[in-house]
Design a protein around this ligand. Structure first.
Ligand SMILES: *[C@@H]1O[C@H](CO)[C@@H](O)[C@H](O)[C@H]1NC(C)=O
Ligand SMILES: *[C@@H]1O[C@H](CO)[C@@H](O)[C@H](O)[C@H]1NC(C)=O
Ligand SMILES: *[C@@H]1O[C@H](CO)[C@@H](O)[C@H](O)[C@H]1NC(C)=O
Ligand SMILES: *[C@@H]1O[C@H](CO)[C@@H](O)[C@H](O)[C@H]1NC(C)=O
Ligand SMILES: *[C@@H]1O[C@H](CO)[C@@H](O)[C@H](O)[C@H]1NC(C)=O
Ligand SMILES: *[C@@H]1O[C@H](CO)[C@@H](O)[C@H](O)[C@H]1NC(C)=O
Length: 918
């Protein structure tokens, strides 16, 4: 240090006395300071010599002795820069890149001649205030790869009107990209990769003169995000590097980017169809699209010179170029109107929209799209007129989004449309004239329908018809369905009056039964001693929607589990196998839970199963457990859910059933508007009704012994992939002796209890017939047997229904508004309604047998059955099951086979199979 100080003394002294005053004195001072603060300076920088006249390496001076250039790139310089650097007023070029200079960057404030600054690849640690101010001639700045403290791009930079290149990648810039970068008159290259930038692309980029935009690999948590539409308007762009960010939305039309060379957007969340303009772009050489959520046809670039990286990690409809299914293209066009939301792009995989695409529901054939349900998704955008291309659409449900624009006129051409729900959006314009059969829900769109003369149905006025008093505000199964937009007000008043009249009477009736039943439920009744009692413990049903009060609890009695000792028929499974199958009984596998325990989805060597795990069984629960095994081993039928095995291990009691992918009838009837399912159409309801009738008929009279189910209700009716129904839950099943009715402890579910059973506990097969009648009523009206959300006088379905059915025309108005019935179907429906009434007759002897129900329903289903619909198809899954597992030999269905001879394979011995023989 001492040496350095002495040298410095001589150096300044020599400068003063020099006979070659080549350097401008002030500049010489700065360079002296520079020489002093840098380490590892070039050998030519001799103390005492003049930087200009002695030709110091890297220092260029003009004729007046002013320093104009400092060119010291890659010189292994160390040390720091003096803060006086901005006194070199003639400096044009400062090149110190790729050294090891540290400390603060020098302020360049006021260097009006400076044209180029290159400081990249050093160890600068901070960015001073006003670094960029007054750089009126600056053209190029590069600050990349410096370990700076976080800084944001300052406003000062906006004054650099001559700036053409600004490069500061890997330089710890945080904050957002300022808008002014898009309006700088000369800026052609902006490179800000590997920083901590957040926010979106500034809209000012539209119309900018930028040619290179490199914003890739932001390291901040949020990264750069938002849509990249503005790229399509930055017409000079040649290099677009946006990879490894959080950009969303579609790739814009780039047809105006006539110089586009390199387009890299990999590793973002881009959605939508790759625009044709990108595929056709004649100048493009590099395109990198991988790891987004891009959709539609696999992109095929016309230019063969394009270097591609497109396919990996996207959601194209196929893995190679070629057209997509037409339904896919229509849906994508609709999604385009919504800005290709990421939720849809993530779920809409492959080329079959009927394969569980979010918001898309198809009919039973799995071909025709019936329902689009995009309720409550925060979608913005507009309703595409291409919705009208989905000709099988019955429901378009778009409520509670932020949709703008108008309701497309084209929607009026949809032949099967029943419901258009666009409530709670920001739609405007007039309302197209829909057929009166279309229920319109338009409320919550302040600007809609302003222009009059649309000639729509009365209900289509803005504001919508008010929800019926019974509609639950919570959006439960019933809410919203009742406010028919097309029903006239007068008709509505008449119906309301009739319903009220009918239901007052019904309410009294219901109350009496409810009181009786509840009283009965609390009373300890004595079972006949010889009668082993099977009692339901806790609340049944996958989902109890606060309906616990309508379920019965029975007190435990004293019978022993020994009555139901299970013989070993090789259905015993190991707890290990079931633990593996259910992923260690993982939360994610839970299908439902209730008082009985939890039902898990499981995968037993490729076969999907439902595993019911009973929790803390008492004696009663054990009885029920064994009862269910016992019954299910004896009754095997296509429309009764099959028991595949069971497990008894320590305190664990598990039952393994076939898996029913479509959930319960209750979910489809009452919870469809949670978005998972479409409301069932009439044909599906008829088929389900027939399936259930057949299952119960078998249980009653066709099995080896006669059984009473005792707890028939929609949550115990499960649906398979083809929407075919199977009755489940046999924990309450009783052996029947139809010659006399048995007095038993009451069990079952309110709303479905036959009156004589609720009041006396007498049980015959007719209690199932009654419950079946209630289910038919639910299928017809879409209403729950007991709906506590309705006014008290409407809560009990059976009483209202039986009163209303007397007046056929008026009765039709109480039919589920989601059913679109032609005349033929209308007649069929009245027949079913009559059957429902018959089944719920007050006296058990007045009710028909289940065989009668089958006879009424079978011809109606036949008439609706599409030719392609073959009962034999239904056996495929069963056969498949059988191939995996050995046939279960127990039991003998042959005595019943004849009765079902017109249905191939209807008695499926193979469906219940032993898992453990393998
Ligand atoms: C970023 O800069 C640092 C030096 O500040 C360097 O070590 C590192 O390699 C650079 N990272 C990238 C991705 O260029
Ligand atoms: C940038 O980072 C610094 C230091 O972490 C922080 O104080 C500042 O708020 C950040 N600025 C922005 C805009 O995020
Ligand atoms: C391309 O430029 C033309 C003319 O300025 C304009 O009309 C058109 O909308 C632009 N296209 C796109 C996709 O921005
Ligand atoms: C195109 O890609 C190749 C290889 O990925 C790369 O070396 C080249 O620099 C890229 N060119 C442009 C213009 O991005
Ligand atoms: C929808 O139908 C119209 C008229 O037939 C047609 O022009 C349009 O291309 C179709 N849209 C889609 C996405 O298939
Ligand atoms: C609409 O969305 C809001 C916010 O997500 C929610 O609070 C509200 O309950 C929704 N309304 C309906 C009718 O679903």
């Amino acid at each position: 240090m001492a040496t350095k100080r002495i040298l410095f003394f001589f150096f300044t002294a020599l400068l003063f006395f020099s006979s070659f005053p080549a350097s401008n004195g002030a500049d010489a001072d700065v360079i002296t300071a520079l020489a002093q603060s840098l380490g590892n300076t070039p050998a030519s920088w001799k103390a005492g010599s003049d930087p200009c006249s002695s030709k110091w390496e890297g220092i260029v001076c003009d004729s007046s002795g002013a320093v104009t250039d400092i060119n010291l790139g890659s010189k292994s310089l160390t040390g720091t820069l003096p803060s006086t650097l901005n006194q070199l007023s003639s400096l044009k070029s400062l090149q110190l890149q790729q050294n090891k200079i540290s400390g603060s960057l020098p302020s360049l404030s006021g260097l009006g001649s400076l044209q180029s600054v290159s400081l990249y690849g050093n160890s600068f640690t901070s960015m001073p205030d006003r670094f960029f101010s007054g750089l009126t001639s600056i053209q190029k700045i590069s600050l990349d790869d410096n370990p700076l403290d976080p800084w944001s791009i300052p406003e000062d930079l906006s004054q650099c009107n001559a700036l053409t290149d600004f490069s500061a990648s890997n330089a710890s810039i945080n904050g957002s990209i300022p808008d002014f970068l898009g309006t700088m008159p000369s800026l052609q290259s902006l490179r800000l990769s590997y920083n901590q930038l957040t926010g979106g692309l500034p809209p000012t980029l539209a119309g900018s003169v930028l040619q290179s935009l490199l914003l890739n690999n932001q390291k901040s948590g949020a990264k750069l995000s938002g849509r990249i539409d503005v790229i399509g308007s930055a017409t000079q762009l040649s290099m677009v590097w946006l990879q490894s960010n959080g950009f969303t939305g579609p790739i814009p039309d780039v047809s105006n980017l006539t110089s586009l060379l390199s387009f890299n957007v990999r590793d973002n969340d881009l959605t939508g169809v790759v625009p044709q303009s990108l595929l056709d772009c004649p100048t493009l050489t590099n395109a990198t699209l991988s790891n987004n959520k891009l959709q539609g046809p696999f992109p095929q670039f016309t230019s063969t010179t394009v270097k591609l990286d497109v396919d990996k990690g996207n959601n194209f409809c196929s893995k190679s170029p070629g057209p997509c299914d037409s339904r896919v293209m229509i849906l994508l066009s609709i999604a385009s109107g919504l800005g290709y939301p990421i939720e849809l792009a993530t779920s809409w995989n492959g080329n079959d929209p009927c394969a569980q695409w979010a918001g898309v529901v198809c009919d039973a054939s799995g071909k025709n799209i019936q329902v689009l349900n995009f309720a409550n998704r925060h979608f913005i955008g507009f309703i595409s007129p291409d919705v009208a291309n989905l000709t099988s659409l019955t429901k378009l449900i778009l409520n509670n989004n932020s949709l703008t624009g108008t309701i497309p006129d084209a929607l009026t051409s949809l032949p099967s449309l029943q419901l258009l729900d666009v409530s709670n959006n920001k739609l405007s314009g007039s309302i197209p004239s829909f057929k009166t059969s279309v229920t319109l829900k338009l409320s919550g769109n302040p600007d809609l329908g302003g222009g009059s003369g649309s000639g729509g149905s009365p209900g289509s006025a803005p504001g919508d018809s008010p929800p019926s008093p019974g509609a639950s505000p919570s959006g439960g199964g019933q809410s919203g369905k009742r406010s028919s937009g097309s029903a006239g007000l007068i008709a509505g008043v008449i119906i309301a009056a009739l319903v009220v009249a009918g239901c007052v009477a019904g309410y009294i009736y219901y109350k009496r039964h409810k009181r009786n039943a509840r009283k009965f439920g609390r009373v300890q009744t004595q079972s006949p001693p010889h009668e082993p009692e099977m009692v339901k413990i806790g609340i049944m049903g996958m989902k109890s929607n606060g309906a616990a009060t309508s379920e019965l609890y029975s007190q435990s009695s004293t019978d022993s589990a020994g009555t139901y000792l299970v013989e070993n028929h090789n259905m015993n499974m190991s707890i290990q196998a079931l633990t593996i199958a259910t992923n260690n009984f993982s939360e994610a596998n839970i299908l439902g839970r209730g008082g009985f325990g939890v039902v898990y989805k499981g995968d037993l060597n490729g076969t999907l199963v439902a595993v019911k795990r009973n929790e803390s069984l008492g004696t009663k629960g054990m009885a029920e457990f064994h009862a269910e095994i016992d019954v299910l081993r004896k009754v095997r039928h296509r429309h009764l859910v099959a028991l595949l095995g069971y497990c008894i291990d320590g305190t664990e009691r598990l039952l393994v059933y076939e898996y029913m992918p479509e959930g319960t009838l209750g979910q489809h009837l009452f919870e469809w508007n949670e978005g998972r399912y479409a409301p069932l159409n009439w044909k599906q309801r008829l088929i389900i009704a027939l399936d259930v009738a057949r299952g119960i008929e078998y249980l009653h009279s066709l099995a080896q012994e006669s059984f009473i189910h005792r707890d028939l209700k929609p949550s115990n009716i499960l649906l398979d992939n083809d929407m075919r129904a199977k009755v489940s839950d046999f924990g309450l099943v009783k052996l029947a002796d139809n010659t006399k009715s048995l007095a038993t402890r009451l069990a079952g579910t309110f709303g479905y209890l036959a009156p004589e059973y609720a009041t006396t506990g007498k049980v015959t097969t007719k209690v199932d017939v009654y419950a079946y009648g209630v289910i038919l009523m639910e299928l017809i009206t879409g209403r729950k047997a007991l709906d506590e959300t309705r006014p008290e006088d409407e809560t009990h379905l059976v009483t209202c229904f039986r009163r209303n059915i007397i007046h056929k025309d008026k009765f039709m108005k109480t039919v589920d508004s989601f059913l679109d019935l032609n005349d033929e179907a209308r007649e069929g429906l009245l027949e079913i309604a009559e059957l429902a009434r018959h089944c719920t007759a007050r006296e058990p002897y007045q009710r028909p047998d289940m065989g009668h129900a089958v006879n009424v329903l079978a011809p109606l289903v036949e008439q609706w059955k599409p030719t392609s619909y073959d009962e034999g198809d239904l056996c495929d899954s069963g056969t498949d099951l059988a191939q995996r597992m050995q046939k279960w030999q127990l039991g003998d269905g042959s005595s019943t086979t004849e009765l079902f001879s017109s249905y191939r394979g209807s008695i499926e011995n193979s469906r219940v199979a032993s898992m453990m023989r393998n």
